[in-house]
Design a binder for this molecule. Structure first.
Ligand code: ATP
Ligand code: MG
Length: 273
């Protein structure tokens, strides 16, 4: 299969391009659960995971699927505005092309009107909300209020929130209990296994139409250093592949891989400090 038109950047790019997503069994299960919640109009789903585990890629994947589905109005908020509750609701309205209003109440009402008018036309409204760990209790309460729009057996708005693990902690707070009780399903993205890592790299190389430039022992080295986190695996692979090309290696040697792991780990530690 020719994927070249879908590839952006290098084979091991760390941008959340859904075309490069390798669907592991647990990812497939998570997608299936989210899709069922959306299609049955059950309201809220939540995708949780550490940094670099694939949350944004999963949301982009879902957006790609729903954007082209007839009978669905889908929107994707990559980074909600969190400076105030008003700015937050305005940022949700923006992705649905709902006109800005002057107050929080008017803005919420405008979104409500939009959701009801879409529902009246039989459309399922889907909001994909990334970086949800940044929402405070007031904003989470606003999310909850949007889930109140319903008929006897269906929600009018489906929301998929993705966030780092602190979102789960935030939902555990007493103030957010009402929202937590409404979450139909959580999916926790786990680190990849070694065999999933190999399959992911195969998938990437197939898309880029190159031979896999890593031996099993180099993949093991990278896998151990990355702890199964997809973004870290790709970061090490990208650096090692670039360096091996520079030095004219046919495939990445363990020494090259180790030197990139050491260098990138140092950069990551500095970034975290
Ligand atoms: N199953 C997978 N197959 C292929 N690539 C993956 C997979 N999971 C994650 N990735 C890649 O890992 C990188 C990081 O993914 P992504 O940006 O989606 O993570 P994230 O969970 O949103 O991170 P953050 O919390 O920092 O926003 C991306 O390049 C993405 O394509
Ligand atoms: Mg992300």
């Amino acid at each position: 299969m020719i994927y070249t038109h879908l590839m952006l950047g290098t084979p091991f790019s760390i941008s959340p391009n859904p075309a490069t997503l390798h669907l592991t069994p647990s990812l497939k299960a998570a997608l299936h659960k989210v899709r069922r919640t959306i299609d049955n109009r059950q309201g809220l789903s939540c995708i949780l995971g550490d940094a670099g585990m694939g949350k944004s890629s999963v949301l982009r994947y879902l957006y790609g699927a729903y954007e082209s589905e007839s009978g669905v109005t889908a929107a994707f908020v990559t980074e909600p505005e969190i400076s105030s509750p008003y700015a937050f609701v305005k940022s949700l309205c923006q992705v649905f092309n709902v006109t800005p209003r002057r107050s929080l109440l008017d803005q919420k009402n405008a979104l409500k009107e939009f959701i009801f008018s879409e529902a009246a036309e039989g459309r399922n409204v889907v909001l994909l909300l990334d970086e949800a760990q940044g929402l405070n209790s007031t904003m989470l309460e606003i999310v909850r209020s949007f889930l109140n729009y319903e008929t006897n057996n269906a929600k009018l708005l489906q929301i998929v929130m993705a966030g780092q693990l602190e979102l789960r902690n935030r939902l555990k707070l007493k103030a957010n209990k009402a929202l937590k009780s409404r979450i139909i399903m959580y999916s926790l993205l786990d680190p990849l296994s070694l065999s999933e890592t190999k399959a992911m790299l195969n998938h990437r190389c197939e898309m880029a139409e190159i031979e896999v430039p890593f031996s099993d022992s180099v993949i093991q080295l990278i896998y151990d250093a990355a702890g199964g986190v997809p973004r870290d695996i790709l970061r090490f692979c990208d650096g090692a592949y670039a360096l091996s090309q520079l030095t004219g290696e046919k495939s990445v040697s363990p020494e090259t891989a180790q030197s990139v792991i050491d260098r990138e780990s140092q950069i990551m530690a500095d970034e975290a400090a």
